[in-house]
Design a protein around this ligand. Structure first.
Ligand code: AKG
Ligand code: FE2
Length: 286
């Protein structure tokens, strides 16, 4: 079992994320890399790296596509509806990402990324033993194609819109530096926790935009590593949805969420003065 050290827990508290190396199960990662090719976007050929490139087209209006309730997020039987922005098949957005979301419901992926005993145990270290709700799905496997000749756009930071406590990003293949690694804004969780109307919901405070604009001045950190490495991140940590991939490999990461069982009772609560009230494992004194 891999555990978080007290220093790593403090790092998570102060920076909003922590990287743990070589955590995920090799066999399950091999299965994930294999299953990724069940349903690639048109024109993308597993055996021909020349085709591993965007742009792939996103539907013009994702909000109008039929919602698929079978992909809702169930936690111990209660539901967080899959947001309409997750409706399109490839989640193409900026042309170089391929978000294979429907694979996210597969049991092996939930086991690899969320209920793996080490990952579950580390999440319990932060959120309390016995407090995690059993998840039904991950977000899926999020790929980023090599940038090739597509112009690099400025980073687009955001905080996630759905309700959760702890995000998990797991690399199922190596991600070299500048290879589209998960790109975060350290410490921003301490700002954005207070920039929403509720602790966990998507509605933003009037002052959100001002703080969001100031992220442009902040240096983002790209989390890279090898297959098996994971990043645990706080739900209000700002991160970029479009990290450029200057490598020749497809960036392949599984994303998922862990929540406490009592999240459903707290959906209307405004942010608390102490942002760590639901995190019994986080020391607030030094
Ligand atoms: O793919 C990534 O690196 C980030 C994706 C992301 O932020 C999201 O989909 O919310
Ligand atoms: Fe995000």
């Amino acid at each position: 079992m891999i555990k978080l050290t007290p220093d790593e827990i403090r790092f998570f508290r102060d920076e909003g994320y922590v990287i743990k190396r070589k955590v995920m199960d090799e066999k399950l990662m091999a299965e994930a890399r294999e299953r990724l090719w069940d349903n690639p976007p048109p024109g993308i050929d597993r055996n021909d790296p020349n085709t591993w490139r965007g742009p792939i087209q996103a539907p013009e209006d994702r909000e109008k596509l039929p919602r698929s309730p079978e992909t809702d997020y169930l936690f111990d039987g209660w539901t967080i509806p899959n947001p309409p922005s997750h409706n399109d098949q490839y989640g193409a957005v900026d042309g170089i990402c391929w978000r294979y979301r429907t694979l996210g419901t597969e049991k092996f992926l939930v086991r690899m990324l969320l209920t793996d005993p080490s990952i579950w145990g580390m999440a319990e270290q932060l959120l309390g033993k016995g407090w995690l709700a059993v998840p039904s799905r991950t977000r899926g496997i999020y790929c980023r194609f090599p940038q090739c000749d597509i112009p690099v756009e400025p980073l687009k930071p955001h905080t996630d819109g759905h309700e959760f406590h702890l995000g998990v990003v797991g690399f199922i293949d190596d991600v070299p530096p500048n290879g589209g690694g998960f790109t975060i804004y350290p410490k921003s969780h301490r700002v954005f926790y207070y920039q929403h109307l509720t602790q966990y919901g998507r509605d933003k405070a009037d002052t959100y935009e001002k703080h969001h604009d100031s992220l442009k001045e902040q240096t983002a950190t790209e989390c890279c590593g090898d297959a098996g490495d994971i990043v645990l991140f706080h739900h209000r940590l700002a991160h970029a949805g479009n990290p450029p991939n200057h490598s020749l490999k497809i960036r392949k990461a599984a994303l998922g969420d862990l929540v406490r069982k009592d999240l459903k009772d707290k959906l209307d609560e405004p942010p608390c003065e102490n942002m760590w009230g639901d995190w019994p494992g986080i020391p607030t004194d030094g």
